[in-house]
Write a protein that binds this ligand. Structure first.
Ligand code: PEP
Length: 251
């Protein structure tokens, strides 16, 4: 059985105090009971991780939104995977489209990030997805194939078990424009087949593939209903505890 996961990417939002309040509100709601087999993960800014760890129950996961390619040293401003793990997180988002486009992160750098994350016992939430131009040209599958082949190159089958994939069409992120359930299923199915080709049937069957892009309480159920969609990576709607939890309860 694949894990069903709903993860909230807070991006660069909330002060430490606001983040604690948001995490506590999510925890209070989640403690009422979660749908069977559904896990939730919060991805606050780096500065919030250690504090939030103190106020949430262990069944709620914690993620960083990025990590350095290197382990330690003279890299002013960077935060390593080891530091993130020591702050109490179990996951790290890698390759979010905002990192790829604004900070020009390359497939090679992302591959290093995935490897250092795994080395430090973090589960990477590896993001992939095409932009609007690529979708309109009809090359979305090729784009995602390349992102996965390069970003997840040379990972052992054992290590691959830690990886979660998030398919996030860039044209749907923060735009209010959601992929239709059919578009989401088509790409998730493509990704699962690709994992089968690259890593074998067992990995393909076991890997959770999340959908991201303007997911909200009103559309989550019809997206999650698809056989190859195992949950969501939620941006805007994760900043309101009730909305985030309504999405988590959409299964
Ligand atoms: C995201 O940033 O990963 C995301 C999916 O954002 P939004 O839900 O706001 O589109």
């Amino acid at each position: 059985m694949r894990r069903k996961i709903v993860a909230g990417n807070w991006k660069m939002n909330t002060t430490v105090q606001e983040g604690l309040e948001l995490a506590e509100a999510v925890a209070k709601n989640a403690e009422k009971g979660m749908p069977e087999g559904v896990s939730i993960i919060l991805a606050p800014p780096f500065t919030h991780i250690a504090g939030i760890k103190e106020v949430i129950p262990d069944f709620i996961g914690l993620a960083a939104q990025n990590c350095a390619t290197e382990e330690s040293g003279a890299f002013t401003g960077e935060v390593s995977a080891g530091m993130i793990a020591s702050a109490g997180a179990q996951y790290v988002i890698t390759g979010h489209s905002e990192r790829r486009s604004i900070y020009r992160e390359t497939d090679l750098e992302l591959n290093k990030k995935v490897k250092t994350a795994i080395k430090n016992k973090l589960s990477p939430v590896f993001c992939c997805g095409e932009n609007l131009d690529e979708r309109q040209k009809g090359i979305h599958s090729e784009v995602v194939r390349k992102q996965i082949e390069k970003g997840l190159a040379d990972i052992t089958k054992d290590d691959f078990q830690k990886i979660i994939i998030a398919y996030e069409p860039v044209w749907a992120i923060g735009t209010g424009k959601t992929a239709t359930p059919g578009q989401a299923q088509e790409m998730h199915h493509f990704i699962r087949n690709l994992l089968k080709e690259l890593y074998g049937e067992k990995i393909a069957d076991q890997t959770s593939i999340l959908y991201g892009g303007s997911c909200k309480p009103s559309n989550a159920a019809e997206i999650f209903e698809n056989i190859d969609v195992d949950g969501g990576l939620i941006g805007g709607a994760s900043l309101k505890a009730d909305d985030f939890m309504a999405i988590a309860r959409s299964f």
